[in-house]
Design a protein around this ligand. Structure first.
Ligand SMILES: [Zn+2]
Length: 345
């Protein structure tokens, strides 16, 4: 028999330094116990982000700061923690096969116009903290022994254009890149994670690493956090941290993969109703994630082909078409089948 846990028990556990995660998995939580656990998780998150903020320089730095101060910060424990995060994200990109050869690059803003980024000519799966580079927003290297990535301009142009961008991540995940090569935006209204966390657009192809490429991407980051780069790959930015920028890649890549499987199942995909999508967009807005659909009315969400070329939205008038089968006919078949089976017995 599962235990029933009250808010008082949760509060007592926390007061003794315990973690609600240690409660039995099958425990039944009262609604107020759930609230107490949520409040606790929230306060922990606040604690964690305060920790992340301590990785920024104690005194705000910029590209004009004295070289000695920039060097001192770059060699500080705070900067080291960010370098380790870059190595960790690089490893995850490589393990998930989102990068190939020396491909992919990542950057974290650490001041008004400076960023720590990954080096060129190193596999993202095998970077060391000492490989990282400090650059200004023009791409000039300010510290670090290895040369900064050749694609840094794009990251910096995103950060210049989008003041909320604290981290950027670029890689070549195969399913998403497949859509980028075909020049097709993934259709929307199918999976909640994608709707809430990603906001995708396509930038036309230009030679990687050129200012033209960076500008075409930067032009889109006002309303989008994940940009498909035509015939190349994907770049994302986050207003939270570098892991969150990487999460956009996981979410987009899993989505594109799922869409391709859906296309092979042999039935038209069911899509969300405009009302269901609107609920997700409300969550997205509360999380501070941009989306060009914020503020649109439900009918406008469906009217706008730009969001979902080739996919019909589940507007009520088209419901029969999107449901994929006729429920009345299904019921009739079931009744007849039951009658036949009864006679056989
Ligand atoms: Zn690339």
């Amino acid at each position: 028999m599962p235990a029933v846990i009250t808010a008082k028990e949760v509060e007592d556990l926390i007061a003794k330094g315990g973690d609600p995660k240690s409660l039995p998995a099958d425990a039944i939580l009262t609604p107020s116990a759930k609230d107490a656990i949520r409040d606790y998780a929230h306060s922990r998150r606040g604690f964690a982000s305060a920790g992340a903020a301590s990785s920024a320089p104690a005194k705000p730095l910029n590209s004009k700061s004295p070289k000695a101060e920039l060097e001192a910060y770059f060699n500080s424990p705070a900067a080291h923690a960010l370098k380790e995060q870059l190595c960790d994200i690089g490893r995850r990109l490589w393990q998930r096969e989102y990068v190939d050869g020396n491909g992919g690059n990542i950057a974290i803003r650490v001041g008004e116009d400076i960023a720590i980024c990954t080096p060129t000519l190193v596999s993202k799966g095998f970077m060391k903290p000492e490989d990282m580079c400090l650059v200004d927003f023009e791409g000039n290297q300010l510290a670090g022994t290895k040369k900064r990535t050749s694609e840094i301009l794009m990251h910096l142009q995103i950060m210049k254009q989008q003041p909320k961008a604290v981290a950027t991540c670029h890689c070549h995940p195969p399913y998403s890149t497949g859509f980028a090569v075909a020049g097709v935006l993934p259709p929307t209204c199918m999976i909640p994670e994608f709707e809430v966390f990603a906001s995708v657009a396509i930038a036309p192809y230009r030679t990687p690493g050129t200012p033209e490429m960076g500008k075409l991407v930067a032009d889109l980051v006002d309303k989008h956090n994940t940009i498909l780069m035509a015939n190349h790959g994907v770049v994302s930015w986050s207003h939270n941290n570098v892991e969150d920028a990487y999460f956009k890649m996981e979410i987009l890549e899993a989505y594109c993969r799922t869409i391709l499987v859906t296309a092979q199942v042999g039935r038209p995909a069911n899509t969300m109703t405009p009302g269901q999508l609107q609920d997700l967009l409300k969550i997205k807005q509360s999380l501070g994630i941009p989306d060009p659909r914020h503020g649109l009315k439900e009918c406008e969400l469906c009217d706008n082909d730009e969001w979902r070329p080739g996919v019909q939205c589940a507007v009520p008038a088209r419901q029969e078409a999107t449901v994929g089968y006729d429920s009345e006919a299904e019921a009739a078949v079931k009744t007849i089948t039951d009658q036949i089976l009864a006679q056989i017995k």
